[in-house]
Design a protein around this ligand. Sequence first.
Ligand code: NAD
Length: 275
Amino acid sequence: MKSIQDCAILHNGVKMPWLGLGVYKVKNGDEVINAVKTALEAGYRHVDTAAFYDNEEGVGQAIKESGVPREQIFVTTKVWNSDQGYETTLKAFETSLKKLGMDYIDLYLVHWPVRGKYKETYKALEKLYKDGFVRAIGVSNFQIHHLEDLMAECEIKPMVNQVEYHPRLTQKELHAFCKQHHIQLEAWSPLMRGGLFDDPTLLEISKKYGKSPAQVILRWDLQNEVVTIPKSITPQRIKENADVFDFELTPEEMEKIDALNMNKRIGSDPDNFDF
Ligand code: NAD
């Protein structure tokens, strides 16, 4: 991966940029508009939002006003838990599309594996895909058993699984399973929301390359072939997070970062969430 334009190729041939901007907890209106515009100016071509984030309007407005052609930007959104079910998902998608002011979405995800509902929800995604409203479909927060359960019945294999992934939660088995099935793994909270920046291993590697711990973590994602979507609203950090294509970690450094794993989540457990 040599440039911010570089893309993962999903199993249906669609290209998904390895690096994107996450906008969870970014306020609709100026805050999200400025963050997305700054990212697009810095070369990002991928934005990750969700109905739940309540900022799809701002994301859409920023993209429109940026002057970057829509087809050059990869936009992900997600169906929220309370909308899961076949008809309700189709309706939720229409709302998201309207809020974004777009006529298609690049990637639509089932946000969480809501028990008893995610298969019907996914059927709606398959319909949206077949009808040409989404270029790719996938899931988020799915464990191996959720994927196996879904794949036993679905028609179109998910193209992406977006999960919590950072040096304290390396998800090796899930990653291997996804690779085996050509499901692209995508990292949420890749920076562990800032919780790892004083780690001595990361600091030592950062010093060697003249990069920040955030940049080292993002580079580790890329070299692990995991799509990554760090969030920031600070222009300097948005740019910093994109400046990760001019250095390469050695295999030993990759292993050292892998060894920071503690199977530690900062978000909810997909097998035990109640929202
Ligand atoms: P993150 O790990 O990207 O951390 C973001 C925080 O790290 C920022 O708020 C800032 O405080 C800090 N930061 C960012 N860049 C920095 C830098 N260069 N230097 C110093 N500090 C920096 O956390 P996140 O927002 O939880 O995750 C990223 C994205 O993943 C979200 O915005 C969202 O799009 C997605 N997400 C998805 C799910 C899901 O269930 N699918 C859940 C959480 C997040």
